[in-house]
Each structure stands twice: as C-alpha cells, then as structure tokens.
Design a protein around this ligand. Structure first.
Ligand code: NAD
Length: 387
C-alpha cells in the first residue's frame, strides 16, 4: 500500500480521564512556580483547582476571559503576565480561555508585540522560541484547543478572525477531565458539541487528511453519533460527557494535522463580523457545506476517492450499514433541528453581508483544505440558506 508522507504534532503530554483535575497541582508544579492563570467567569471546580495549586506551592496571577478573545484582549493579558514575571501559563476554560493562554505563553518567551506574529493585522513573522510551559485544561467539549498549535483571535475593526500559529505553541500538558463539562448548559453543550463534530468531519474529507488523522476522525464520528444528543439531553450522563470530551480531543488532534474545510473557512469571517458563538456558526453551516461539497464533487470530480468517505461518514453517523452519503447530510440536518441551532440572521447577518463573507471566506486558510474548491456562487448559496 502506498502511504503518503505526513507530519503529526501534538501536546507534549496528554492526560485524559474522569477526575484527573486532581493532578493539576502536581503537574503545574513541574512547569513553573508563578503561573498566569487564564480562566472563564466561574466554574464549580475553580476553588478546587486553586486549592490544588496552592498545595503544590504554585502561586497564581489570574486573568478572566468572558468572551471569544480579541487581539486587544490578548495584548492586555500578555502585558500583565510579563509585568507579573510569570514563568508558566495555565488555561482553565473553553476554547476562548485556552487560546488566550496559548497566545500568552508564546509571547512570554518571544520578544516583541503580538502583532509582529500575526498575519492580516501585523507582520506575520514566525515565532522563534518555544512558548513558556502551558497547562491546558478544557471545560467545554468542542474546540480541542488543548492539543492544537493555534490561537484564534478576533480583529473586530477588520471583521476577521486571525490565528497566531506555530508548532512552538503546542501546550506542554493537556489535562482533559470530562467531569469539568457537566456544568455546561444544554445550549452550550449543543454548540460546542457540533463544533467537535465538525472538527472530526472536516479533517476526514480534507485534502490534507493523513493516515493518522483518519484514525482519530473515524473514532470521533462514531462516538459523536450517539453521545452528542445524549449529552444534550442529560448533562450528567457520564458516558456521554466522556465520549464528547474524547471527540473534542480527537478533533483537535485531527485539525492541527490535517486542516479543516469550508465550514471553518466561512466561520472565520462570520465570527469576526458578528458576535456569534463559534460553535453555533459551525453547527449551522455543517449540513449545508456537506451537501454542497457532495454535489460539487459529484458534478465536477465524480472519480474523486473522497466521495467514498462521505458514504463512510453517513454509515458511522446513522449507524446503519446501508446508509448512503445523503443519509449523512439528513442526519446532520436533523441534529441542527433537534439541538435548536439558530439561523445566522439571529446574530445580525443579512443578505447584504454575504458578498463580503464570501470574499473573505475564499481567502481563509481553512478553505484551502476543503475537498473541492467551491465557487463564490456555491458559497453564496450556503450562506443564503444559513440565514
Ligand atoms: P467559549 O470558550 O467561548 O465558552 C462558551 C461559553 O461557555 C462561555 O460563556 C464560557 O464562560 C462558558 N463555559 C465554558 N466552560 C463551561 C462549563 N464547564 N460550565 C458552564 N459554562 C462554561 O467556547 P468554545 O466553543 O469552547 O471556544 C470558542 C473559541 O475557540 C472561539 O474563539 C473559536 O474560534 C476558538 N477555537 C479555537 C480552536 C483552536 O484550535 N485553537 C479550535 C476551534 C475553535
């Protein structure tokens, strides 16, 4: 069998399991003495984390992130972490928190300002030095940011999201405890869960898919087929929470090494232009993009072997051996209905915004990994339906 060359990179260490938060203090103490702790508003296990850090004699400087991070917010965080002389970073929260933590850890060791290392709003220089030690502890099951090499930052004035990206900023330790996701309300479980699903689906049909990411995607799609709805219906379902946290981790491993596709290509400008949760945008777009990709491949590249992958996806999602590619799209559409995912009009997007989103989406890095180059007309059709 011919096997194409590939690279695979991830966090230095991954610790996964129910209750592993208990190890956070001892792990943190191996990374530094004075931690910059980036966290969300509040979490029922935050006091426990603080206790554990205290017992391990790790002092903390706290920084609270309440929304998806902007370049401005991260600039402030970096200034505080540098001024406080922190030697390591801990992120305890959703993707917004983890991305902020990762960006801060990169800027603690690399000199200069954030913009030096960003494209679109800066020089796009490459990071030169390994980021400061970073412990990433996710509390949502969605982004997989604990094992990815980028931090997504909004630039509201330019209406885009940009990524600070380097293999030098992969977290040192990903401490993944599914119990931390039990406090998520159903709406955020739905949005972040659909993001996790998107991140095991897009890399599976990505032009950069590789044999290693294929393994993760297959496992992730099979688990999400039952666990997404189960976690939405009962937030205390331990098996479902564990499975979705696993899917999210698998998605991070896959996307960081195989890229994504048109869902994320469009989500980047939409997320930059409107205050819409990233997961909700992905959820709304996923069935629409999947249907259009399938049609475009059949019409323009009927021999493309990726088409067979859409059949596999359908079989795994529906858990029916005889399922055809369309059945997979129908399953995704039904999921959007059941999870009550809003149209993007709810966030202020109108028909007038579509040409700008299409233009920016065509330039987005994720778009390059889509299984087939979609036309401006096809992207417009997707966005019209997503309203
Ligand atoms: P989020 O971090 O923005 O959190 C969503 C909401 O959930 C927030 O209000 C938060 O306070 C709350 N929350 C988090 N954990 C909770 C818990 N356990 N209980 C109750 N409430 C909780 O959402 P997200 O979807 O995890 O992250 C989105 C961000 O991640 C976006 O900016 C997106 O672009 C980015 N992202 C990054 C990557 C990457 O690889 N770096 C991948 C995908 C998405």
């Amino acid at each position: 069998m011919e096997m194409k060359a590939f690279e695979f990179a991830t966090a230095q260490r991954i610790r996964f399991g129910w209750g592993v938060l208990e190890e956070s203090g001892s792990i943190a103490s191996t990374l530094g003495r004075r931690a910059f702790l980036v966290r969300g508003k509040k979490h029922p296990d935050l006091p426990r984390l603080m206790d554990l850090l205290d017992q391990s004699r790790v002092s903390v400087v706290e920084f609270v992130v309440t929304e998806e991070p902007s370049v401005d917010l991260v600039r402030q965080a970096v200034a505080q972490a540098r001024a406080a002389g922190c030697d390591c970073v801990i992120g305890f929260g959703g993707g917004s928190v983890l991305d902020t933590a990762k960006a801060v850890s990169a800027l603690l060791t690399n000199t200069g300002c954030l913009e030096d290392y960003l494209e679109v709003v800066g020089q796009g220089q490459a990071l030169e030095v390994l980021a400061a030690p970073c412990l990433a502890i996710p509390t949502t099951a969605g982004t997989g940011s604990e094992v990815t090499r980028n931090a997504v930052l909004g630039v509201p004035e330019a209406g885009v999201k940009v990524s600070l990206r380097s293999h030098l900023m992969l977290p040192t330790v990903a401490l993944v405890d599914p119990a931390l996701t039990c406090s998520l309300p159903p709406k955020i479980t739905a949005y972040t869960g659909m993001d996790a699903l998107t991140q095991v689906l897009e890399p599976y049909v990505s032009v950069r898919a590789n044999p290693m990411t294929d393994l993760f995607c297959r496992e992730g799609l099979q688990r999400a087929s039952w666990a997404l709805l189960a976690a939405f219906k009962d937030g205390n379902d331990k098996d479902a929470r564990t499975a979705m946290t696993w899917v999210s981790l698998l998605g991070g491993l896959a996307l960081a090494n195989a890229g994504l596709g048109a869902v994320h290509g469009l989500a980047a400008p939409i997320g930059g232009m409107f205050k819409a949760p990233h997961g909700a945008i992905c959820a709304r777009l996923l069935p629409l993009v999947t249907r259009v990709n399938l049609q475009a491949l059949r019409n323009r590249q009927p021999e493309n072997p990726i088409l067979e992958r859409y059949h596999e996806i359908a079989r795994w999602l529906t858990r029916r051996e005889e399922a055809q590619a369309e059945d997979g799209v129908t399953w995704l559409e039904e999921m959007v209905d059941i999870l009550d995912i809003p149209g993007l009009g709810a966030y202020g997007m109108t028909h007038e915004h579509i040409p700008t989103i299409v233009e920016r989406g065509l330039r987005a890095s994720s778009m390059k990994a889509n299984p087939i180059a979609l036309t401006a007309e096809e992207l417009t059709m997707i966005l019209e339906e997503a309203l």
